[in-house]
Design a protein around this ligand. Structure first.
Ligand SMILES: C[S@@+](CC[C@H](N)C(=O)[O-])C[C@H]1O[C@@H](n2cnc3c(N)ncnc32)[C@H](O)[C@@H]1O
Length: 412
């Protein structure tokens, strides 16, 4: 630690004069933050980079097109000295010292009275990192520390719970298909701040192991439901925990609104008067085929993709799917929850006009270490699923897109 480390402070510059000397790269880097702070910026420089010039053209800064002259710092609260003329820089910094204007110097940190920290922002917090001594200043290290803190806050790997602003309630978080890296930044942050997490069997289960001690993790499949339906018991658990003033995350696989019963949970929470937020997730319907090298659309091959639930057979009276119409589509069919019924589904599609040699791929446990892809056609898929012992969860893709990727398909 240096004997006299800099004293960090946040300047509130709204409407206050800031003088910038030099219109080069340093000014270009610093001006946006000064403008964002509402400073009244005066740039003094014979020339400027095109981006700095654009700021002047749009009236966001005032530009005096000439070299520095004594007296330019008059009325300034803060100065940024960054011309290519070191003699002018020294004269300007002497003026700043005499006028008690804090000044940053791009060419000589020792001579400056202020240093610019590496800054970043995350969720209403500004992170500013300063080196403690002029000698041995390592701006790249300072920027790396800033990046580590900001990224950690954004992705939840650095846990800094919001004690004052955190409101109790429920966040329905789409966790993506399973790979822990495929949750959104917002989802990961909410997870890191949760008191209680109610998790599905699918989704990024590995993230549960990283939760801070003290977080209560509840397996949705194991909530006893007695006289309720399983979904009602889950809704009830969400409501009860939120009523205890806790931050509850309902971690779901894929996206909450794609066969995820997300809206049923939102409705139950709304009826109970519990604040609720929904965070979208990457749905397995697109990402799992993609992870196995299958694009759901491809130029000249498929101009549409249709995502269908296969949890009830086509001849089941509960089915809401118009299979005969689907058989007539030329695009890609993506079937979720269809492993058990794929024989009947393939039969129905062929009976209504799909070619028996239409390619089919089943991608089991996509994006996880256990991912595997099994290829077939509509004619062979039932036998292939049995022979290869394909098990849920799997996404089934039907259509020519199955054949467009490199062969053998690149596995994760
Ligand atoms: C109840 S649905 C939930 C879908 C989820 N909301 C989504 O957007 O991905 C469950 C089905 O999604 C598919 N699925 C989800 N994650 C999967 C994965 N990692 N690999 C393969 N299929 C997956 C399977 O078809 C599974 O039966």
């Amino acid at each position: 630690m240096a004997e006299h480390p800099p004293y960090p402070v946040g300047l509130r510059l709204l409407g206050r004069r800031v003088v910038v000397l030099g219109g080069g790269q340093v000014a270009q880097r610093r001006l946006p933050a000064l403008i964002a702070a509402g400073a009244d910026v005066l740039l003094v420089s014979p020339e400027a980079t095109p981006s700095v010039e654009a700021l002047a053209d749009t009236g966001r800064i005032t530009w005096l097109k000439r070299p520095y002259e004594p007296g330019d710092l008059e009325g300034a609260w803060y100065a940024l000295i960054a011309t290519s003329d070191s003699d002018a820089n020294s004269r300007a910094s002497a003026e700043a010292e005499a006028d008690r204007v804090w000044c940053v110097r791009s060419d000589d940190a020792d001579a400056a009275t202020a240093w610019t920290p590496a800054t970043g922002h995350s969720e209403g917090v500004t992170v500013a990192v300063l080196t403690t001594e002029a000698k041995g200043r390592d701006p790249r290290h300072t920027a790396a520390v800033r990046d580590a803190v900001v990224e950690g806050l954004r992705d939840g790997t650095l846990v800094a719970p919001h004690h004052r602003t955190r409101t109790p309630g429920v966040a329905l978080v789409g966790g993506g298909p399973g790979d822990p890296d495929l949750i959104t930044v917002r989802g990961r942050r909410l997870l890191a701040e949760a008191d209680v997490v109610i998790a599905d069997r699918l989704g990024p289960r590995d993230l549960l192991a990283e939760l801070p001690p003290g977080v209560e993790v509840i397996d949705a499949a194991k909530i006893p439901y007695g006289r309720f339906m399983a979904q009602e018991a889950i809704n009830d658990a969400l409501i009860q925990h939120a009523r205890q003033g806790k931050s509850v995350v309902r971690l779901k696989g894929g996206d909450p609104y794609v066969f995820g019963r997300g809206m049923e949970e939102v409705q139950a929470l709304t009826e109970a008067g519990i604040p609720c937020t929904v965070v979208p997730g990457i749905s397995s319907s697109v990402s799992v085929p993609g992870a196995a090298g299958i694009p759901v659309t491809h130029r000249g091959v498929a101009h549409e993709f249709t995502v269908v639930s296969g949890h009830v057979a086509p001849d089941d009276e509960r089915s809401l799917v118009d299979w005969p119409s689907l058989a007539k589509l030329t695009g890609t069919l993506v079937i979720l929850m269809g492993v058990d019924k794929i024989g009947k589904i393939a039969e129905t599609l062929v009976a209504h006009g799909k070619a028996p040699d239409t390619p089919v791929a089943l991608v089991q446990e996509g994006t996880t270490a256990a991912q595997r892809r099994v290829d077939a056609t509509l004619a062979t898929v039932a036998a292939t699923v049995a022979a290869e012992e394909v098990r849920p969860p799997a996404v089934i893709v039907i259509g020519e897109v199955v054949r467009v990727g490199p062969h053998p398909p690149e596995q994760r």
